[in-house]
Design a protein around this ligand. Structure first.
Ligand code: ADP
Ligand code: MG
Length: 564
C-alpha cells in the first residue's frame, strides 16, 4: 500500500477552469467587479480601524469599454496589491485573501467580503486571451504590472502606468468573446449582476468619449464655457437598495419605488410586502412582494431574484424556492447562498432549506396578521391572494396548518366571505346528512348553474364560488387533509338530497311514469354517469333534473387542467 499527495499541474488545471468552472461566460463581470468591491470595502475597514489614514475619498469603480483596442477594464480605488501580494493571490489558483482578511479584522470588517474561493479572478480567462493587472497598494510600495496569457507563465514587473492607489484589470478580449465588446451587451450584464452592489459603478465607453468631445469642439465655438462643464454620468447601480436598509427607515413609497426599480416603471403596484431581516441562525435579508394576480394563467414565475451580498446570483429560482413562493416577486439576499454553485447543488443545501422554511413562515404570518387586523383589506385582496394561498396549502403542510384559518370563500348570495370554520357554523343547522362531514356547496359557474344555485339558496344554504382552475385539485387536497369537510358542486347528485330536509318531494307521476320518463331522458344523455331524477312540480324546482356525481365531474375537471 502507498499513500501520497495528489499533484495538480497548472498546465492541466487552466483549461479546466476556463471551460468548466463556470458555464456562463458572462459572469466574469460579476467576479471582477465583486473583487473591486471587496478591495474597496477592505480599504474602508482599514480606515475604520485606523490602519489606513490617507484620503479615502469616495471610492468608485469604473468599467471602461474600448472596443477599438478590444479591451475591457475594471478599475477600482481599493486597497491595491503590492508585487508580493500579486504573487501570493494571483499566481496561486484557488488562493483567496478573504479568509485571512476576515480573520485579522474579525468583527471590525466594514461589511462582509464577497470573495471566498480564490477562483473568481481566473474567470477573466474565459473571455480574454490576455489579462493585464495594474495595481498600486495602499501601502508605500511601487505599482506593479502583471500579465498572463492564460498559460501558466506570467510576467510581473514594476510599472509607472499606475500612479494612484487601486487596481485596474485589463482584459484583452478573445475572438470568441467579442460579443462583450458590444456596449449594450456589456452594460446589460453589468446591470444584471451589479445593479445593487454597494460601491458606485460607472460605465465608460473609451471611444465614445473622444468622439463626443470632438463633436462638442466642432459646434460649441461660442459656448466654450458651457461645453466644458462635463456632466457627471450616473452610476449604473443603486448602492442602497431597499432590502439592505432598515424597515423603520422605509416608507410605503420607498417599497413601491423599489418594486418599480426591479420590474420597470410601468409595473402594477404590488399588494403588500414582507421585509426579511434575519441574522441568526442564518443570514437573510430581502423584500418579497405580493403581486396582483387575477387568474392562474396570469402567473409569472421566476420573478424572485437571488443575491449573495448584493451580488446577483440568479432569477431562476425553480428548485431553490418552493413552488408556491415562486408566485411572489422581489429579492432574497443571503451570503449563505453560495455564488459559484449549480442549482442542483443549491436544492440540497441545508441553508437553502432553512431559508425556505423561514420565508414560508413569514409569509403565512404576514397573511394571518392582515387577516386578523384588517379583514376588509384582506378580503379586497383575496382575488389575488386566493390562488397563492391555495397553491401554498396544496404543496406545503406547514403553510396549510396556518392558512386553513384564513382561507376564505365567497358566498354567492350575500357576497360575504367565510372561512372554513365560519362556513361550518353557518350551515350546521341546515344540513340533513349529519355524518360529521360538513358539505361545502360550491358553484364553478354561476350562470350555467344558476337554477341549482337559486334552489340551494332558496333553502337557506350557502353556495360559495370556487371557479379557478386550481380549485378542483385544491378541494381534493382539502378533503384529504381536513377529515370533516367535503366539497360538492351545487348541481351534482348528492347536493340536492343533502339540503332537501323539509320538502316531501312528492311527484304527481306514478312510479311507472317516473321510470319511463327517466329512461327516456337517459337515452338522450351522452354522459353514462349522469343521474336523472323526477322532482315534485313545485314552482321553484325544475320538474326533471339531470345531475352528475361529484367524483366523476371532478375527475373530468382535473383531467382538463392536466391536459391543457
Ligand atoms: P476571491 O475573490 O474568492 O478571494 P479571486 O480569485 O476573485 O478570489 O481573487 C483572488 C485574490 O486576489 C483576492 O482574494 C484578492 O486578494 C486579490 N484581488 C483580486 N482582485 C483584486 C482587486 N481588484 N484589488 C485587490 N485585490 C484583488
Ligand atoms: Mg473574487
Amino acid at each position: 500500500m502507498a499513500t501520497g499527495n495528489i499533484r495538480v499541474s497548472s498546465e492541466n488545471i487552466f483549461p479546466i477552469i476556463k471551460k468548466f468552472l463556470y458555464s456562463d461566460h458572462e459572469i466574469f463581470i460579476r467576479e471582477l467587479v465583486s473583487n473591486a468591491v471587496d478591495a474597496t470595502r477592505k480599504l474602508k475597514t482599514l480606515a475604520s480601524v485606523g490602519e489606513f489614514s490617507g484620503e479615502l475619498g469616495e471610492p468608485r469603480i469604473e468599467v471602461v469599454l474600448d472596443a477599438k483596442n478590444k479591451t475591457i477594464s475594471i478599475i477600482d480605488q481599493g486597497i491595491g496589491m503590492t508585487g508580493e501580494e500579486v504573487d501570493k493571490y494571483l499566481n496561486q489558483v484557488a488562493f483567496s485573501s478573504a479568509e485571512e482578511f476576515l480573520a485579522k479584522y474579525k468583527g471590525q470588517a466594514e461589511a462582509s467580503i464577497i470573495g471566498h474561493f480564490g477562483l473568481g479572478f481566473y474567470s477573466s480567462f474565459m473571455v480574454a486571451h490576455k489579462v493585464e493587472v495594474f495595481t498600486k497598494s495602499w501601502k508605500d510600495a511601487p505599482a506593479v504590472r502583471w500579465e498572463c496569457d492564460g498559460s501558466p507563465e506570467y510576467q510581473l514587473e514594476e510599472t509607472s502606468e499606475r500612479t494612484e492607489r487601486g487596481t485596474e484589470i485589463r482584459l484583452h478580449v478573445d475572438k470568441d468573446s467579442e460579443e462583450f465588446l458590444d456596449e449594450y451587451r456589456l452594460k446589460g450584464i453589468l446591470e444584471k449582476f451589479c445593479k445593487f452592489l454597494p460601491v458606485p459603478i460607472f460605465f465608460r465607453d473609451a471611444n465614445a468619449k473622444k468622439e463626443d468631445k470632438a463633436e462638442v469642439k466642432d459646434k460649441a465655438e461660442g459656448e466654450v464655457e458651457e461645453a466644458e462643464v462635463v456632466e457627471e454620468a450616473k452610476p449604473i447601480n443603486n448602492t442602497h437598495p431597499a432590502w439592505v436598509r432598515k424597515p423603520s427607515e422605509l416608507s410605503k413609497d420607498d417599497y413601491e419605488n423599489f418594486y418599480k426599480e426591479l420590474y420597470g416603471p410601468f409595473s402594477e403596484t404590488p399588494l403588500f410586502w414582507i421585509h426579511l431581516n434575519v441574522d441568526y441562525p442564518f443570514n437573510l435579508t430581502g423584500v418579497l412582494y405580493f403581486p396582483k394576480i387575477k387568474k392562474s394563467y396570469e402567473i409569472q414565475k421566476d420573478k424572485i431574484q437571488l443575491y449573495s451580498n448584493q451580488v446577483f446570483v440568479t432569477d431562476e429560482v425553480k428548485d431553490i424556492v418552493p413552488e408556491f413562493l415562486m408566485l411572489l416577486h422581489g429579492v432574497i439576499d443571503s451570503p449563505d447562498i453560495p455564488l459559484n454553485v449549480s442549482r442542483s447543488y443549491l436544492q440540497g443545501d441545508p441553508n437553502v432549506k432553512k431559508i425556505n422554511a423561514h420565508i414560508t413562515k413569514k409569509v403565512a404570518d404576514k397573511l394571518d396578521e392582515i387577516f386578523r387586523n384588517d379583514r376588509a383589506d384582506f378580503e379586497s385582496k383575496w382575488e389575488s391572494l386566493g390562488l397563492f394561498v391555495k397553491y401554498g396549502m396544496m404543496t406545503d403542510d406547514k403553510f396549510f396548518d396556518k392558512a386553513k384559518n384564513f382561507l376564505i370563500m365567497q358566498d354567492t348570495n350575500s357576497g360575504n366571505f367565510l372561512t372554513i370554520e365560519e362556513y361550518k357554523k353557518a350551515v350546521e343547522s341546515l344540513q340533513v346528512n349529519k355524518d360529521k362531514k360538513t358539505v361545502v356547496l360550491y358553484t364553478s359557474d354561476e350562470v350555467q348553474q344558476d337554477a341549482f344555485v337559486k334552489a340551494a339558496q332558496g333553502k337557506g344554504y350557502y353556495v360559495v364560488k370556487l371557479n379557478d382552475l386550481i380549485d378542483p385539485s385544491w378541494m381534493g387536497q382539502m378533503e384529504a387533509k381536513l377529515s370533516d369537510v367535503q366539497f360538492v358542486r351545487v348541481d351534482s347528485d348528492i347536493a340536492d338530497n343533502l339540503i332537501d330536509k323539509d320538502e316531501k318531494n312528492e311527484s304527481v307521476l306514478t312510479q311507472e311514469q317516473s321510470t319511463s320518463l327517466i329512461d327516456w331522458f337517459k337515452s338522450k344523455l351522452t354522459n353514462p354517469s349522469a343521474v336523472v331524477e323526477v322532482k315534485g312540480l313545485s314552482p321553484d324546482t325544475a320538474p326533471v333534473v339531470a345531475t352528475r356525481p361529484e367524483w366523476s365531474r371532478r375527475m373530468k375537471d382535473m383531467a382538463a387542467i392536466s391536459g391543457g
